[in-house]
Design a protein around this ligand. Sequence first.
Ligand SMILES: O=C(O)CCC(=O)C(=O)O
Ligand SMILES: [Fe+2]
Length: 233
Amino acid sequence: MSLAGARLVSYHSENDGAAFVNLVALPDQEAGAGVAERSVAPMRGHTDGASLPFPSEFMAGGEEQSPAPDLLVLVGLRNPSGTMTRLTSVSSVLRTLTDEQYDALQGPWFDIKAQRTFVNGRTRVGAPLLSLVEPRHGNSMRFSHSSVRVSHDAPPLAREALDAFSAALPGLYTDVVVGAGDICLVHNRQVIHGRAAPGPGVGGHTRWLLRTYGWMSDTTGNQRPGDPAHLHL
Ligand SMILES: O=C(O)CCC(=O)C(=O)O
Ligand SMILES: [Fe+2]
């Protein structure tokens, strides 16, 4: 993390603030059918914590929750079947859009539901998906196929832009196998990530990654007094 100029961050509202989370196939009996099913399913492209503020929004004040992670860190423990992590740069997707679509993604036209793993997560309403004003972060995107909808008062161009962005993604991924001992750092605003299906089976030799998040040095969040340095609201 420090080689990347970053520090570890976790959120009270996700996994009880755990700094490291197991991405591993979960058994029905322990996790419940829905969670168990998702743990072995493919994930379409997204950024993590998409409903959380951009750093610029947090700095402007009035935000309860801390900014979304700058970095997603995947640590491979085992991946014998070579399940692929799928990555594409936001800029390569944006290049396929018209200027009007690109502008529309920066408008307050989108509602973003909280990621399932965040408890009591609020929907962000009437917000942009693309920000060009994040310090040191260039084109900054938040996105999820399932959690982003156009707001009711959005112009047709907003839907067109969202549809175009979503449709361009599948053709642009680079597949990376995060194997045992690999550490994959993903810029969570400049890169869209997803994965192929880890496939059936629990335990034994099935895929197991650890996931953690990072912030770059100039990103700040909301802390409770007495909490460990990495833990934020
Ligand atoms: O399993 C993976 O490779 C990625 C999982 C992921 O993106 C997530 O849990 O948000
Ligand atoms: Fe993710």
